[in-house]
Design a protein around this ligand. Structure first.
Ligand code: SAH
Length: 465
């Protein structure tokens, strides 16, 4: 019906899960990247299947009322953020609807309290990230570039200053690029599996001002690192970023695998500390390069407060915090509970968690490294411990059924589910709903403004008790 290169007039009527515009002609669906719901556009057909196809935005004939000028120079090239053509209000309603849809369609539950999405305080909509991983590559003239991968590809788009991360990082990246040029250090070439530097991971402690730079390399050694440290310190102190940033560590991470996974398993501290220290509310945390840490500090605190509210602790409860990372949620819970048991798969994160408990003077916590779906069924079988409240905060793939089965068996009264993927959250809610749990309330959070990702915090109660 449609052919490649056809030019069409389209009216964008909906938004797909990744933020792309959706147009329909007599039931046939076109997906158009960077088109905003409400736009009237001219588009070129790139691919046409039986019932749907992809078209490229050529011209905006009449812009949607929700269309804005993106506040990023590489908005439509870089694969990092997908919604920069949308006003912030439109981004929030898109995310709210995405969550509602998933919970109703996949989760098959309708009877629950759906709270409005909690967005960023508008003026802080930019430069919100405390962790950024920049791939390193070559441009067509053979010059070293840092930036991000273009959408669905592995070619590096040159981005000197990512608008989602603190501006001091631009000075850090320039220093590393110049250092590599001067020292003839090659970026990693994925195809040839040759070259040294793969990624530059920068962690910025928003509360502490500490910066850790971690070079992910296809090797074990990095030359002249003392000189690089000096260069980084100078660059950071002369950066015009108003935050008082300070380099506190340079770390080498070895990743020699042919893989899309960014980080390897081994870290070596070249200078300073291996971790940054940062604060959330009144608690301080050590964060190592391999450990997970919520990336949007302005939203993290709001999200944790909601998780705590949903946990509804009175003071003597036994709580399991599964997928606990460096023990952030665990320690907030521990201040209000009898005892908290935290489980996390990354051993370095568990080391951080133990240290974090100590540093904050919290001793009613226990942390174990391992996969939650292995540790918990085993722990439950061995101890018969009946938790009052369980908190889970899994990665995008959601919870393993083995874990959900133990949660169901454990007879806990309440489950607080923190999720970064509402589709897998909905799948798990569906499973739990069939097994005695009821979704009571859900609040979405916008932790990733400009991107199509949305975080959710919800709680379920056990109706079998
Ligand atoms: N609650 C923490 C971490 C959430 S991110 C926080 O708010 O900071 C999800 C965490 O789950 C990551 O730390 C990841 O390493 C961990 N993880 C991934 N798969 C896991 C598994 N099967 N069992 C336990 N932890 C896992």
């Amino acid at each position: 019906m449609y052919n490649k290169n056809d030019i069409l007039d389209l009216k964008i009527e909906d938004t797909g899960i990744d933020g792309e515009g959706i147009a329909k002609i007599d039931g046939y669906v076109f997906f158009v990247k960077d088109a905003v719901c409400g736009d009237e556009i001219k588009a070129k057909v790139m691919k046409a299947g039986k019932s749907y196809g992809y078209a490229k935005l050529l011209e905006i004939v009449k812009p949607s009322k929700d269309r804005v000028e993106p506040n990023c120079p590489v908005a439509n090239k870089c694969g990092g953020c997908q919604l920069l053509n949308m006003s912030y209000e439109a981004q929030l309603s898109f995310k709210e609807e995405k969550v509602r849809n998933n919970i109703e369609r996949i989760g098959k539950v309708k009877d629950f309290i759906f709270k409005p999405i909690i967005g960023m305080d508008s003026e802080k909509n930019l430069r919100y990230r405390n962790k950024t991983q920049f791939p390193v590559g070559l441009d067509k003239d053979g010059k070293i570039v840092t930036g991000f991968f273009a959408r669905r590809t592995h070619s590096v788009i040159k981005i000197d200053d990512c608008m989602a991360s603190p501006s001091v990082n631009a000075s850090i990246l320039k220093t590393v690029r110049d250092f590599m040029e001067e020292n003839k250090i090659k970026p990693y070439d994925e195809k040839a599996h040759k070259g040294l530097v793969r990624h530059i991971l920068i962690r910025n402690g928003f509360a502490s001002g500490e910066i850790n730079v971690c070079l992910v390399i296809n090797g074990d050694k990095f030359p002249n690192s003392d000189e690089l440290v000096k260069g980084l310190k100078d660059a950071i102190s002369s950066s015009d970023d108003s935050t008082k940033w300070e380099l506190t560590g340079l770390v080498l991470n070895t990743n020699k695998e042919k893989t899309n996974v960014i980080m390897g398993k081994d870290c070596k501290t070249l200078w300073g500390k291996s971790y940054i220290r940062d604060k959330i509310g009144d608690l301080s945390f050590n964060i190592s390069p391999l450990s997970f840490y919520q990336v949007n500090p302005a939203q993290t605190i709001k999200m944790y407060e909601k998780a705590l509210e949903y946990a509804n602790l009175k003071g003597d409860e036994k709580v399991w915090d599964l997928y606990c990372g460096i023990g952030t949620i665990s320690l907030f819970l521990a201040k209000k509970a009898g005892k908290v048991f935290g489980v996390e798969i990354v051993p370095e994160a568990i080391e951080d968690a133990k240290e974090n408990a100590k540093q904050n003077g919290i001793d009613n916590v226990e942390f174990i490294a391992g996969a939650a779906e292995d540790v918990i069924p085993d722990y439950y079988k061995r101890t018969g411990e009946k938790p009052d409240v369980i908190v889970v905060d899994p990665p995008r793939k959601g919870c393993d059924t083995k874990l959900l089965d133990t949660i169901i068996k454990s007879g806990c009264k309440r489950l607080v589910y923190v999720s970064c993927d509402s589709a897998t959250l909905a799948r798990d809610i569906n499973y739990l709903s069939k097994n005695g749990f009821k979704l009571e309330e859900l609040t979405p959070f916008d932790n990733f403004p400009g991107s199509a990702h949305v975080e959710c915090v919800c709680y379920m109660t056990n109706t079998r008790l």
